[in-house]
Design a protein around this ligand. Structure first.
Ligand code: 5GP
Length: 244
């Protein structure tokens, strides 16, 4: 039994950094953010005490922020420092990446320089399957594979762009640039909701002044103390402040 009388039931799924459990309530799941950190398809991995709770707190705050902007998410509430209660969604096996500035795989794979502003933002959709290394899809493939209908695809992209505006403003007000981020969505009673997490593991964040990394790139490319950076972002995210 965890705090708030939520019973951790049978495991549903265990990913690289989170585990999912049933609860005693139908349709509600418990997401436990673990201290594991991985990169390069699991090729690099470590355990960093406190990392799970930092990502849980940031995800909870950002899901709440989206809800405040009438964007529906799976988030119900935090249960304790590192776990949250969520609605059970029928997950869509896609990773929806929104890019505001060229970085990461975009500059590795295409002839575009790091730091190039992308206006309008670029949406890239990958098929979520580690064994296939999350291959990039296009609209025709998504429709051919019957992952979504055309209306659902349009709606999902529109949501991704709205979320980008909300999150970019929120971070800008805290001296942070939202370079890019990854979302996962799920179906819920005819609607499409944001699922999974929105944390330093799934966003690329740069310090607005120094352009230094404030995300998992610090771990991927050994740029410094990743836990200190995650703490710094968490403090800024949790600080009460006006969004622009
Ligand atoms: P890139 O394609 O440049 O590696 O990643 C673009 C953005 O999506 C980054 O913010 C990155 O953290 C996020 N992202 C891409 N793939 C994954 C993934 O499999 N898991 C997580 N957590 N984030 C991802």
């Amino acid at each position: 039994m965890r705090a708030c009388n939520v019973k951790q039931g049978t495991p549903v799924y265990s990913g690289k950094a989170k585990s999912l459990y049933r609860t005693d309530k139908e349709g509600e799941l418990l997401v436990a953010f673990r201290d594991d950190i991985t990169a390069f398809d699991g090729g690099k991995k470590d355990v960093l005490t406190e990392k799970g709770s930092l990502n849980a707190k940031v995800s909870a705050r950002l899901f709440s922020l989206l809800e405040e902007h009438h964007i529906r998410t799976h988030f119900i509430r935090l249960i304790d420092n590192s776990s949250m209660l969520v609605r059970e969604l029928e997950m869509i096996p896609l990773e929806v990446i929104v890019r505001n500035i060229a970085a990461g795989s975009m500059v590795r794979n295409y002839p575009i320089s790091e730091g190039t502003p992308l206006d309008p933002p670029v949406i890239v959709i990958d098929y979520k399957d580690d064994s296939l290394h999350d291959p990039m899809l296009n609209d025709d493939l998504i429709l051919a594979m019957k992952i979504l209908s055309n209306d659902e695809l349009v709606r999902m992209k529109e949501l991704a762009l709205r979320i980008n505006i909300v999150l970019s403003r929120f971070f800008e007000a805290r001296g942070i640039i939202l370079v890019d981020f990854k979302l996962e969505f799920g179906k819920y009673g005819g609607d499409i909701l944001v699922g999974d997490e929105i944390s330093m593991d799934s966003m690329r964040l740069w310090d607005a002044k120094t352009k230094g990394s404030l995300d998992k790139d610090v771990y991927r490319f050994e740029k410094g103390d990743v836990l200190a950076v995650y703490r710094q972002v968490t403090d800024k995210v949790l600080k009460k402040g006006e969004t622009l």
